[in-house]
Design a binder for this molecule. Structure first.
Ligand code: PMP
Length: 300
């Protein structure tokens, strides 16, 4: 096992993976990224992650120097070289090396990095006892300033929110938009359950359209749970029956306390637990095989 990184076409060990300090990804956060999981040797929803990456690139007018097939192949090869069966993949495409001004025209070639590592955002027992959150005073960046649907390298407002959570000694922070409506957490989407209905904010309030969020919406519908995308406020969270968050890193995590108020009994709720189980089952069932023996096995 080795933690392998792809940097502009070459595969190197973690400690040797380096980029220039003149890279505008480093100087200005000018770039995009994805976070993707591998479960049991299969990449979960790789095509959706590629769709979102190329969409983010179009938004930023960033030309990814690899065709989609080439990038997919590079991602799979980086995982293969790591030998990992359960892993986290972080493709990062930045504007590339330029001068000290921010003009992207000075950056001739975007830098392509693919990191393969492992990830455990919260300790295992957090999924049984539930997560605690506060509401951040830092608001989401307005969609007319920077699209929250683009997964750009500008995460400072999310980091500010995460620091607020750290200071409060809790696990995550809820972020509101400039009008005070609930958006999402610092790196996860948010759901609540009220009277057996599951609610999650619609993309237009200013959230990242999470791929885990999409999977959970599908699973809820398959389980016959009524799910709606709707705008809501902190009042709806404080008085909800259940609350949970979703993200590639966090997966599906129950939330049991928000701003010092216990959500219902302060324990992970029944619908949340069903969705966690359904999600764990789903990630084992589907995905793009990384290793050849599984490709052969699947074709047979
Ligand atoms: N919102 C934000 C701000 C995020 O950074 C993430 C993590 N990528 C998510 C939501 C969850 O998205 P996904 O399920 O695609 O990981």
């Amino acid at each position: 096992m080795a933690l392998v990184t792809y940097v502009n076409g070459t595969f190197v060990q973690k400690d040797e993976a380096k980029i220039s300090v003149y890279d505008h990804g480093y100087l200005y956060g000018d770039g995009i990224f994805e976070g993707i999981r591998v479960y049991g040797g299969r990449v979960f929803r790789l095509e959706q992650h590629l769709d979102r990456l190329y969409e983010s690139a179009r938004y930023l007018m960033l030309d990814i120097p690899l065709a989609r097939d080439e990038l997919r192949a590079a991602i799979l090869e980086t995982v293969r070289r790591s030998g990992l069966r359960d892993a986290y993949i972080r493709p990062v495409i930045s504007r590339g090396v330029g001068d000290l001004g921010l003009d992207p025209r000075k950056c001739k070639t975007p830098t392509v990095v693919i990191i393969v590592d492992t990830i455990q955002l919260y300790p295992k027992d957090a999924y049984e006892r539930g997560l605690r959150m506060i509401t951040a005073t830092t608001r989401k960046i307005r969609p007319d300033a920077l699209s929250p649907q683009a997964k750009s390298l500008n995460y400072l407002s999310n980091i500010m929110a995460r620091m607020e959570a750290n200071q409060a000694g809790v696990d995550e922070a809820v972020m509101l938009n400039s009008e005070g409506y609930v958006c999402e957490c610092s790196a996860d989407n948010l759901f609540l359950v009220r009277e057996s209905e599951v609610w999650t904010p619609p993309p237009y309030v200013g959230i990242l359209k999470g791929i885990t969020r999409g999977a959970v919406i599908e699973l809820a519908r398959e389980l016959g749970v009524l799910l709606m995308e709707r705008v809501f406020t902190l009042h709806d969270i404080y008085t909800a029956d259940e609350c949970f968050l979703t993200g590639t890193g966090a997966e599906v995590g129950p939330v049991v306390e928000v701003d010092g108020r216990k959500i219902a009994e302060g324990r992970p709720g029944a619908i949340t637990l069903r969705l966690i189980a359904a999600f764990r089952d789903l990630v084992r069932r589907e995905g793009t095989p990384v290793y050849t023996e599984e490709v052969v096995e699947r074709r047979a």
